[in-house]
Design a protein around this ligand. Structure first.
Ligand SMILES: Cc1ncc(COP(=O)(O)O)c(C=O)c1O
Length: 363
């Protein structure tokens, strides 16, 4: 048998845990879709006054999903609230997460899985790394049960499925979706749009004309797009592609939107017939030479955030995502728009994680 921790302490879904807004709006979902509370929501919205002034914009805002969890923030916390609940439902003994080398998804997964008592095996595809990823990799090595790195993209599936078959002989294994993204986990960002609406109703921000977010596995952008359509905002989502075209394009985004809508309908939500996904525009021009390869404008975004707002962006995702805002700020017709930048990169101090008693024992 696998040597697996059985001290799984799962969050009990009860009346004391606030249900996500999407379950409040569509109560039938709470009966059929597993979910557990992990993060700290709502994440703050703030006005980027210094950067706004510097760029000559009239209304520039940020949604601080970097603070989405006490241990580790970023966009994958909303995702994991569905992933780990699914693992619990399946009575998994072991989780498997896979991604590009050192990326944020497996780190978020091992942190919250470990907090909840699960061991995780992580499989990596080879990719270049920036400093954020080097730090991620160290922590993933520390917190996971085992790390496997494929030598090439071609050998990766063999490595993954060979080990998966091995582990399945000795216990129940949950292979988490790529990047944590599936129709179910996309509901995390549908929920995030409902959260934004509440913040607007509380007078915290105007209705944005544009929301800028990263487009990787696609769950963030697809979820926001569906959520905005549900609340009836005219906002356009600009999803800035930060991964290869083959995985992130209009077809894959629309497919995820359609599959998420199907999931909602299958679970008893009646939805109007409309042109879903028409509020989503994909921006391909800021990707540069490749995934995690820095671009000039992406690095300029990082620098501007550091110097004007004392906040951290990265070269792989968020720097590239802010880059079109720098370009567009020169356009007079853009200057008076309400712009929201959705910050999806963790900003919690990672050193602290290893010092917590529940995190300092290697499986
Ligand atoms: C910091 C960060 N932002 C954005 C994304 C892209 O999100 P999605 O996979 O939902 O498209 C990722 C994906 O890993 C990420 O790590």
């Amino acid at each position: 048998m696998l040597k697996i921790q059985k001290n799984i302490q799962l969050t009990i879904i009860n009346s004391e845990v606030p249900q996500p807004l999407i379950f409040q709006r569509f109560p039938q979902l709470s009966k059929s879709i597993p979910w557990m509370a992990l993060g700290q929501f709502p994440t703050p919205v703030e006005r980027l006054t210094n950067l706004e002034k510097h760029l000559g914009l009239e209304s520039l805002w940020i949604k601080r999903d970097d603070l989405s969890g006490a241990l580790y923030g970023g966009n994958k916390v909303r995702t994991l609230e569905f992933v780990l609940a699914e693992a619990k439902k399946r009575e998994a003994d072991l989780l498997i997460a896979y991604s590009a080398l050192g990326s944020n998804w497996p780190l978020a997964c091992v942190v919250y899985a470990k907090q909840q008592g699960w061991p995780t095996d992580v499989f990596f595809l080879p990719y270049p790394m920036d400093n954020v990823k080097r730090e991620n990799l160290e922590l993933i090595n520390e917190l996971s049960r085992k790390v496997y790195s494929a030598k090439s993209k071609f050998t990766f599936p063999f490595l993954l499925y060979k080990q998966l078959a091995r582990s399945r002989k000795t216990g129940s294994v949950y292979l988490t979706p790529p990047g944590g993204v599936s129709p179910t986990t996309t509901l995390g960002y549908v929920n995030a749009a409902l959260e934004l609406k509440e913040q607007h109703e509380n007078g915290e921000l105007p209705i944005p004309d544009f929301i800028f977010c990263s487009l990787g596995s696609g769950g963030t952008a697809a979820g926001i797009s569906i959520g905005l359509a549900l609340i009836g905002w005219p906002t356009q989502v600009i999803a800035v592609r930060v991964v290869d075209f083959i995985v992130a394009n209009k077809f894959t985004s629309n497919l995820l939107i359609r599959r998420t809508l199907k999931l909602l309908k299958r679970n008893g939500v009646s939805l109007p017939n409309r042109n879903w996904g028409s509020n989503l525009r994909i921006e391909h021009n800021y990707f540069g030479k490749g995934y995690s390869q820095p671009t000039d404008l992406g690095e300029q975004s990082i620098e501007l955030f550091k110097s004007h707002e004392n906040q951290l962006l990265d070269s792989t995702y968020t720097g590239k995502t802010f880059a079109p805002i720098i370009d567009l700020s020169k356009d007079v017709s853009f200057k008076n728009k309400h712009i929201l930048f959705w910050q999806t990169l963790n900003s919690r101090n990672l050193d602290k994680i290893l010092n917590l008693p529940e995190f300092n024992i290697r499986n």
